[in-house]
Design a protein around this ligand. Structure first.
Ligand SMILES: Nc1nc2c(c(=O)[nH]1)N[C@H]1C(S)=C(S)[C@@H](COP(=O)(O)OP(=O)(O)OC[C@H]3O[C@@H](n4cnc5c(=O)[nH]c(N)nc54)[C@H](O)[C@@H]3O)O[C@H]1N2
Ligand SMILES: Nc1nc2c(c(=O)[nH]1)N[C@H]1C(S)=C(S)[C@@H](COP(=O)(O)OP(=O)(O)OC[C@H]3O[C@@H](n4cnc5c(=O)[nH]c(N)nc54)[C@H](O)[C@@H]3O)O[C@H]1N2
Ligand SMILES: [Mo]
Length: 766
């Protein structure tokens, strides 16, 4: 009987090597397996946190001592009981003196696949059992999109699960216009599992059946359809102007579907006044759009005509909304599709993120899978996830989120498990300074990441291979019995056991564990999910049977998605969950919030930084910091696969030949990438597949400061030393990572060695 493991990038079969050690092989039922998994076993035992560690100042001078020395102090290995006692003391003292609203437990991050050992669920459940914590809303992925779309059409999670399936598009779509490609490198991944990678097959089949593709993107390589396609380079963060230019032509040539706009939408008239310039004096003509986005007026006009003449699917990448005013491209894509009037027709309408993850375009049954209940929020305090540095810097100051006013709490203790803020957050120097003001930081980690290095107490966590679990993801094809392959590394424990140990010391063990061990929880979660699966037409076998056979195929014959098909057929019976029940091109509700930076209909507003802004005289290049191809975020950056994507040990930066020539830079040169916030070293990769005036430096290289005290520069090519940390808008508070100007310069002399993968100083090893 085959045995399996599962990850965010796919299922892998567990085999035995000649030396008796376990090996991973690709999953035969997956048509396009990801390489990432094959590299994960090899990396899983290196750079591990082996035993509980405490920062030297804390151990010698007491809890809360010298937080400014995080990253500078060495660690001391201690026994489990001592570390758990210390952490429990930090938590109980914080609660006693400052209340639970002084604990930040948002703990954002992807952690590992597996529904029970999901670190974020574990930490949230534990902190709720302990009386509550300040939580976070939304994600770095979709900060702006998640908040704006429920006002406009539907919640993002609902939309993601009903994206029109690949086979429907193969049959019906004639023209696929995408802003930001359909990056297959990204679709390797899906939160919780990606057992059947369908994006390559879907795109290739569409191309073969004659669908025409237009990729409007600063980079060409984010689309691969197996043959030539049209690439229209666009200046980053200007998509809304291109879409408005297209909308202007459609409107001027009477191609907009008045029936659809009248019967399925509200507020087109208000938007129309903006489009024609009646409301602001600026008609959004193709010439106007061209002057901003860099695409010629003729191209915009011609594309608009093609879109009017064909069954057209319009897609936008998530990166476009990970930006200042990031609500607008998503809102405008829906508006443009509404004008064409093809929403709900097979193969027409819009996509918000084909390719961002594997899920979009899958049609397996949808039901709530096995989940560890996180408990109810005990206190009202929250922040939009990417406002962490603002919160740490500005306690007591007001902020808005989704139309409500809040105040930033004063944080005394941070608990993180299963994420890496020094990977994901922007303007990392600013974050580190704020982090070094917080009295207590506790982290559960598998590896010596920057997050672990900047903690007071580090608990060593097991990896997927060292425990058993259930693999499941929304709309994914298989449910997986994830088998243990290796014993826990050194003294590593499951997050569950770490939290159970803390809960015992904080007198909330029963609430946290409900008397179950990990095995009992897994069985309980599985059994709890069976009725939900049944309601979706899936008969899950008994737990014993599931565990024995290793996999359950959830696919049902004949299933497909055609987004908003029912709404189109009967807009009254299937009204949307917006205030009007229709698509809101003008939102009264957003109008009532009165935010200058998020007006009530899709609007072009200049982002804080772009190639048209004044700052571009000093820093003329727009930095795209996209998702890395050879790993998930910063996970397994030390693996062989991730290492093979680097050049001279650093992250490569894509530069257009014209921008390289004018700076005397050649491929393979070490370069400075810099702006007023920070600088890093990277390796130049000169390629014509990026628009002039933009550079691309993927995320994920572990932060490697030249000096932990001064933080002058990063040696490894981590773009978040450069990125801008402002909210997308007052509506969402989303992350604006893709709004960032830089310049580059050749590095002269011998560059310093990369030291990101060195262990911290550990004084006494046990
Ligand atoms: N500039 C820029 N920045 C970005 C983005 C961008 O486009 N540009 N993208 C953003 C996006 S979309 C996202 S989602 C974030 C991602 O940011 P994160 O999700 O925070 O990044 P990861 O590297 O996946 O961090 C997961 C961490 O969890 C640890 N881990 C894994 N499994 C376990 C476990 O079982 N237990 C414990 N205790 N730890 C575990 C891993 O070792 C790893 O350090 O980054 C964001 N940052
Ligand atoms: N291999 C791998 N896959 C991943 C991840 C990973 O870390 N590694 N992370 C996963 C996660 S958490 C997420 S949220 C998704 C993210 O999915 P996305 O946010 O869609 O992905 P990105 O790679 O950041 O960007 C996609 C493309 O958008 C283009 N782009 C950037 N700015 C603009 C713009 O202003 N306009 C236009 N038109 N295009 C622009 C970039 O050139 C890039 O090729 O990916 C997921 N998939
Ligand atoms: Mo994400």
């Amino acid at each position: 009987m085959a045995r399996y493991t599962s990850s965010h990038w796919g299922i892998y079969e567990i085999k035995q090597g000649a030396d008796g050690k376990p090996l991973l092989d690709v999953f035969k039922a997956d048509p396009d397996p990801s390489e990432i998994g094959l590299s994960m076993l090899e990396a899983s035992t290196r750079l591990r946190v082996a035993r509980p560690c405490v920062r030297q100042s804390v151990l010698e001078n007491g809890l809360g001592a010298s937080p400014e020395r995080r990253g500078l102090d060495p660690f001391v290995e201690v026994h489990w009981d001592q570390a758990l006692d210390l952490a429990a003391q930090a938590i109980s003292q914080t609660i006693k003196h400052h209340g639970n609203q002084a604990i930040f437990g948002g703990s954002y991050g992807w952690s590992s696949a597996g529904r029970f050992h999901h670190a974020q669920s574990q930490v949230h459940r534990f902190l709720n059992a302990a009386g509550g914590y300040v939580r976070h809303m939304d994600s770095y992925s979709l900060g702006a999109g998640r908040v704006v779309l429920p006002h406009v059409v539907a919640p993002m999670d609902d939309l993601m699960a009903v994206h029109t399936s690949w086979d429907v598009m193969e049959k019906h779509t004639e023209l696929f216009v995408t802003f930001g490609g359909v990056p297959r490198k990204n679709a390797q991944v899906n939160p919780g599992g990606a057992s059947e990678h369908l994006v390559k097959g879907g795109l290739y089949a569409m191309a073969k059946s004659g669908v025409k593709f237009v990729n409007i993107s600063p980079t060409r390589a984010d689309l691969d359809i197996g043959c030539e396609f049209e690439w229209i380079p666009i200046r980053p963060n200007t998509d809304v102007t291109c879409m408005l230019g297209i909308a202007f032509v459609i409107h001027a040539e009477n191609g907009h579907d008045i029936d659809f706009l009248n019967n399925y939408c509200v507020g087109f008239d208000r938007f129309e006044a903006y489009l024609t310039g009646k409301s602001d004096g600026q008609p959004k003509t193709p010439d106007w759009a061209a002057s901003i986005c860099g695409i010629s007026a003729d191209q915009i006009t011609e594309l608009a005509r093609r879109m009017m003449a064909a069954r057209t699917m319009i897609n936008v990448c998530w990166a476009a909304q990970r930006a200042h005013h990031g609500e607008q491209p998503f809102w405008m894509v829906v508006t443009l599709a509404a004008m064409l009037g093809q929403i709900g027709l097979p193969g027409g309408g819009f996509g918000v993120g084909y390719g961002a993850m594997n899920m979009m375009g899958m049609a397996n049954p949808k039901f709530g899978g096995p989940t560890l209940p996180q408990g109810q929020p005990q206190i009202p305090d929250l922040i939009p996830v990417a406002r962490i540095t603002d919160m740490l810097e500005k306690p007591g100051e007001p902020f808005f989120y989704n139309g409500n006013a809040y105040t930033y709490p004063k944080i005394e203790l941070i608990y993180w498990a299963g994420g890496n803020p020094f990977h994901h957050h922007q303007d990392l120097k600013r974050l580190i300074r704020a982090w070094r003001q917080v009295p207590h930081v506790i982290v559960n980690e598998q590896f010596w990441t920057t997050n672990a290095k900047l903690a007071d107490i580090v608990f060593p966590a097991t990896t997927t291979f060292e425990r058993e679990d259930i693999g499941f993801a929304t709309r994914d094809r298989f449910m997986v019995a994830m088998r243990q392959i290796l014993p826990p590394h050194q003294e590593a424990r499951d997050d569950y056991d770490i939290f159970a140990g803390l809960a015992k010391r904080l007198d909330c063990e029963e609430t946290f564990t409900e008397g179950r061990d990990a095995a009992a929880w897994i069985r309980h979660m599985y059994d709890d999910c069976r009725p939900r699966a049944k309601a979706a037409g899936v008969n899950l076998p008994s737990f014993e049977h599931f565990w024995e056979q290793g996999l359950v195929d959830l696919q049902q014959p004949g299933q497909y998605n055609n987004m908003l098909e029912e709404f189109r057929k009967d807009p009254k019976a299937h009204r949307l969950n917006t205030p009007s029940g229709r698509i809101e091109i003008y939102s009264e509700r957003i109008a009532s919030f009165k935010h200058d930076d998020c007006p009530p209909h899709p609007t072009w507003m200049e982002p804080a930084e772009w190639v048209g802004s004044e700052l571009a005289e000093q820093y003329p290049l727009h930095l795209i910091s996209d998702q890395p191809a050879g790993k998930l975020h910063s996970q397994l950056d030390h693996s062989q696969l991730s290492q093979s994507t680097k050049r001279k040990g650093r992250e490569p930066i894509d530069i257009n030949p014209q921008d390289a020539d004018s700076r005397g830079i050649q491929s393979g040169d070490t370069v400075w990438v810099f702006n007023g916030r920070g600088k890093c070293l990277a390796t130049a990769n000169i390629c014509p597949d990026i628009i002039v005036g933009a550079v691309r430096l993927s995320t994920g290289s572990w932060l490697d400061p030249n000096d932990w005290a001064s933080l002058d520069y990063d040696k490894h090519g981590n773009p978040n030393i450069l990125t801008l940390d402002i909210a997308s808008s007052n509506l969402s508070g989303g992350c604006s990572a893709h709004t960032c100007l830089v310049d580059i310069q050749k590095f002269d002399g011998e560059p310093p060695a990369v030291t990101a993968y060195e262990l911290p100083d550990i004084l006494s090893r046990r």
